[in-house]
Ligand binder design. Structure first.
Ligand code: SF4
Ligand code: SF4
Length: 430
C-alpha cells in the first residue's frame, strides 16, 4: 500500500467510525436552497461559488458517498461520488482550512438546520489524519503540546513580565501589597491567560489584576498551565485537544481552585467550557466560567464600582463567534459595557447574528491565507465604520489581533480594547 493510500484509509475511518447518526444526518440533508451563501463572508466578499457553505458540505458528502454508500462503492460514476485523491485533499484543505473560520453563521441560517460547521470540522479531521493540516496551524498546536503554551513562552519570561506588571499594579492602586498571585493553592479562582497577553498585550493582564484587586478576589495564576487556548480544536485532532484540555483540568484540580476563569478568548472558552468535559469524559469538580461573566457578576453584586463617564468615547462591541453564537455568552458583555462606557452602540448585525472578524478558525495562524482573510474583513470594517465608534471592544484576544489589522488596513482610526481594559479604566477604588 502506498503512502497516500495509508493516509486515505485513516481519513475514511473518520467518516465510517462515528458513534451516532449525526454525521450521516448532516451530510445527507442539504436541499441546496442556497440560503447559507448570504451568511458566509468568504462568498459575500468574493462572489466565488466555491466558498458557499453548502459546497463545502458537498465536498465532504461526495467522498462519503464514494466510500460509505452502496451506490458509491459499486457504481461510483452515478451521483456525485468523488475519489479521495491528492487533488481532492488539496481542494479540501483550501476550502475547509483556507476559506472557513468555523464561525457557525451559516449553520444558524440554514433553512433546515444542517450543522455545516460540524461537517467542516469532520473534513478538517480527515485532513489532519492525512497530514494535510497547514503546517503553520499545526506548529501552534505543537508549541502548546511541547512547551505548555502556544507561543512557547519560557517560564522565566512569563515570571519577568508578571513581576513588572505587579510593580505597575502597586503604583496604580497605590498599595504596596497589591499582587499578581502565582501558584497559590485553594484560591477561589484560577485565572487563565491567552499567551498573546504576556507576549504582546501585557496591559490586559494588568487590567484583570486591577479588577481582581478592586473586587478583593481570592485568585491565582499558574505558571505551569495558564494557556486558555486550544488550537487542536481547530485542527479537530481529538488526541491533541484532549492533551491540552487535560493539562488545564489537572492544574485546576491540583491547585484546588473553586472556579476556573477563562480569559477573553472565544475558541479557548468554548473548547474548555463546552468541549473539554466531552474530550475528557468527565464532569468537572470546579465551576468553569468566562471572565466576561465574572466582570458582570462583580458589577451586579457591587463588588466593583465603575464611573462610566471616564470612558467618554463612543464604544462598539464585536461579538466573538465562539463566545457568543457558539458559546451562549450574549448579554453579560453588554451589561458590562453599559456600566463601563458613556455611550455604547451596537453593530448591525450583532449578537448571535454578528459577522466573524475573519480571524477565527485558526486563520490568524495560517499566514498562507492572509490575503483572503483580509478580504473577508471588508464586512467587519464596514460594520465598524457605520457605528461611528472610536473604540471597539471585543472579549477575545484573537479578535483583538484581527481587528487591529482591520483598523490598520481600512484606516478606521479606532482603538481596539478587551472588555477587562475598558472596565479597568472605569474602576473607582475605595
Ligand atoms: S462557518 Fe462561517 S466561514 Fe465557515 S462556511 Fe460557514 S459562514 Fe462561512
Ligand atoms: S442553507 Fe442548508 S439546506 Fe440550504 S444550501 Fe445551505 S446547507 Fe443546504
Amino acid at each position: 500500500m502506498n503512502n497516500f493510500e495509508e493516509k486515505k484509509n485513516k481519513a475514511l475511518k473518520v467518516l465510517s467510525e462515528h458513534e451516532d447518526s449525526k454525521l450521516l444526518t448532516h451530510l445527507n440533508s442539504c436541499v441546496h436552497c442556497g440560503l447559507c451563501a448570504e451568511s458566509c463572508m468568504y462568498y459575500l466578499t468574493s462572489n466565488d461559488e466555491r466558498y458557499i457553505p453548502a459546497k463545502k458540505v458537498d465536498l465532504v458528502a461526495s467522498i462519503y458517498q464514494r466510500y460509505c454508500t452502496f451506490t458509491g462503492k459499486y457504481f461510483p460514476f452515478l451521483g456525485k461520488a468523488r475519489e479521495l485523491d491528492e487533488a481532492a485533499a488539496e481542494e479540501m484543505t483550501d476550502l475547509l482550512y483556507g476559506a472557513c473560520t468555523l464561525c457557525g453563521r451559516c449553520t444558524k441560517h440554514c433553512s433546515i438546520g444542517v450543522d455545516i460547521g460540524f461537517v467542516i470540522k469532520k473534513g478538517r479531521q480527515m485532513l489532519t489524519e492525512m497530514g494535510y493540516t497547514p503546517a503553520s496551524l499545526q506548529s501552534t498546536v505543537n508549541a502548546a503540546i511541547n512547551s505548555g503554551n502556544n507561543m512557547s513562552i519560557p517560564e522565566s519570561e512569563l515570571r519577568d513580565t508578571l513581576t513588572w506588571l505587579e510593580e505597575d499594579l502597586r503604583d496604580e492602586v497605590n498599595d504596596p501589597d497589591a499582587s499578581i498571585p502565582l501558584n497559590v493553592p485553594n484560591a477561589d479562582i484560577l485565572y487563565t491567560l491567552n499567551p498573546r497577553e504576556p507576549k504582546f498585550f501585557p496591559l490586559s493582564i494588568s487590567a484583570m489584576a486591577k479588577i481582581f484587586y478592586a473586587a478583593k478576589e481570592s485568585w491565582s495564576l499558574s505558571t505551569q498551565m495558564y494557556d486558555v487556548t486550544n488550537y487542536a480544536y481547530f485542527t479537530s485532532s481529538k488526541s491533541e485537544a484532549v492533551t491540552i484540555a487535560e493539562r488545564l483540568y489537572n492544574e485546576t484540580v491540583n491547585l484546588n481552585a473553586k472556579r476556573c476563569v477563562l480569559a477573553e478568548c472565544g475558541h479557548g472558552s468554548r473548547a474548555f467550557r463546552w468541549e473539554a468535559p466531552n474530550y475528557l469524559q468527565k464532569q468537572f469538580p470546579f465551576e468553569t466560567i468566562t471572565s466576561v461573566e465574572l466582570m458582570a457578576e462583580y458589577i451586579s453584586k457591587g463588588r466593583i464600582k465603575l464611573d462610566k463617564s471616564i470612558n467618554k468615547e463612543v464604544v462598539t462591541l464585536h461579538d466573538p463567534c465562539n463566545l457568543v453564537r457558539e458559546g451562549g455568552v450574549i448579554e453579560p458583555q453588554r451589561y458590562v459595557l453599559k456600566n463601563a462606557a458613556s455611550e455604547f452602540v451596537e453593530m448591525t448585525p450583532h449578537g448571535i447574528d454578528n459577522f466573524c472578524c475573519g480571524g477565527g478558525g485558526g486563520q490568524l495562524a495560517m499566514s498562507e491565507y492572509n490575503e483572503r482573510r483580509m478580504k473577508t474583513a471588508e464586512i467587519k470594517a464596514e460594520q465598524i465604520r457605520k457605528t461611528g465608534a472610536k473604540v471597539v471592544v471585543t472579549p477575545c484576544h484573537n479578535c483583538v489581533d484581527q481587528l487591529m489589522q482591520i483598523d490598520n488596513k481600512f484606516k478606521l482610526g479606532v482603538q481596539v480594547k478587551t472588555l477587562a481594559e475598558i472596565v479597568a479604566d472605569a474602576i473607582i477604588l475605595d
